[in-house]
Design a protein around this ligand. Sequence first.
Ligand code: 5AD
Ligand code: SF4
Length: 478
Amino acid sequence: MSKEKDAGVSIDPGVEESARQRAIIRELRDEFTQKGWNKTYWITTLGCQMNARDSEKLSGILEEIGYRRSEAEESADLVIYNTCCVRENAEQKVYGRLGYLKNYKKRRPEMKIALCGCMMQENLVLEKLKKSYPQVDLIFGTHNLYKFPELLQAMLSSGERIIDIWKEHGEIVEDLPSNRKYSFKASVNVMFGCNNFCTYCIVPYVRGRERSRRPEEILKEISQLAQDGVKEVQLLGQNVNSYGKTLEHPISFAQLLQEISQIDGIERIRFMTSHPKDLSQDLIDAMATLPKVCPHFHLPLQSGSSRILEKMNRHYDQARYLDVVRRLREAVPDISLTTDIIVGFPGETDDDFEETVKVVRDVQFDSAFTFLYSKREGTPAAAMAEQVPEEEAKRHFDRLLDVLKEDIHAKNETWVGRTVLVLAEETSKHDEGMLTGRTPHNQLVHFQGDRALIGSVVPVKIVENQTFYFTGERIPSE
Ligand code: 5AD
Ligand code: SF4
């Protein structure tokens, strides 16, 4: 299948394309009704919030066509894996599941298997799937996700395997059905792709160059969400600091936050991710002055060693990172700071690792995602000499976790006894009588409450510090 380019000039190609896909959805829906099909689907999502958002779109399209969510993967008529390739273990998981699904498909040949997401954008993966995984019926990538209705139709009508991967992105096509996980909070893409080329990271190769959605589109989507009862929006982009720079009418991310703040009904605005190298004072000021913007900042550190940061191509050093933290805290004194850290990057010595520990001790993060470095073929770091032996990386990793746990626990103690506003999200997985939600600082709080409270902002007194979450007691309203 080839990529069609739009020749029209007067119509936004994205709008025209979404109309075309919507027409295919209607055709499929009619076919499902006529044939009395009662098909089910199952989606497994790996990776980041971007993928989670993409899966909401896939399931929205499927439900509009007439598919229902399956009770179990094994009994679904269509199984989709929305894949991630940031680290190798996410890829291994997909190959493992494909082996397992092959047996189910033997028993039920009508089961269809589809793969999409970042992993599909890697040549080596695609070749391997083509050659050794004939059980896969449909493969598409990150740049043409919006073509899912058309590809699904082609797969269903031809009974043949369909593969459509674009090496580059086309226009941004957003206005398609989507089945949002929550009715009161939503993720909204503001930009796609990444231009940073951190030497360990595969994202720029699979998600393409940075491009921003137009602010009008974003504001329209969020206004509609607010009308539908959404209170909290999470703005998604690999590097929101670059938002809007390449638009026909450039606008900064801080300005975008300002405009979103004016939308009635939206109470909380979050965003991720920000790169420390180009965090503007504008954005820091916006955090301080816009009450709807939550006092939480995710600021990936990756390493505390200036030497390693340089090898990572991060464009900041330890001092600059600490300065950004200082400026954020100056503007929003109780801001909660979270981070990503990679352990075992090529050439990382004990001394480099100690620099990371030093920064972690200095900053006192509220939470952190820690990763063992994973070698990704095709990235510059994969070709670097001095790959760190696994045992050494693991030893550092465990020590880092110990330090983080100790510091996070100590920091959380200062919250015990305070009353926080929790947006109740769901019942606890372990106890139906308990609700789970998040504070503006993005802390997770469990408390006793009726499920009718889900979607409301509830005052809760924090009672116990469990390091990675709190338990609390609801303050009864007067
Ligand atoms: N190995 C380990 N962690 C990685 N990340 C990105 N690439 C790699 C890799 N090759 C981490 C970074 C990034 C987060 C989303 O994933 O910390 O911020
Ligand atoms: Fe990967 Fe760096 Fe881009 Fe983040 S900023 S997606 S770590 S290349």
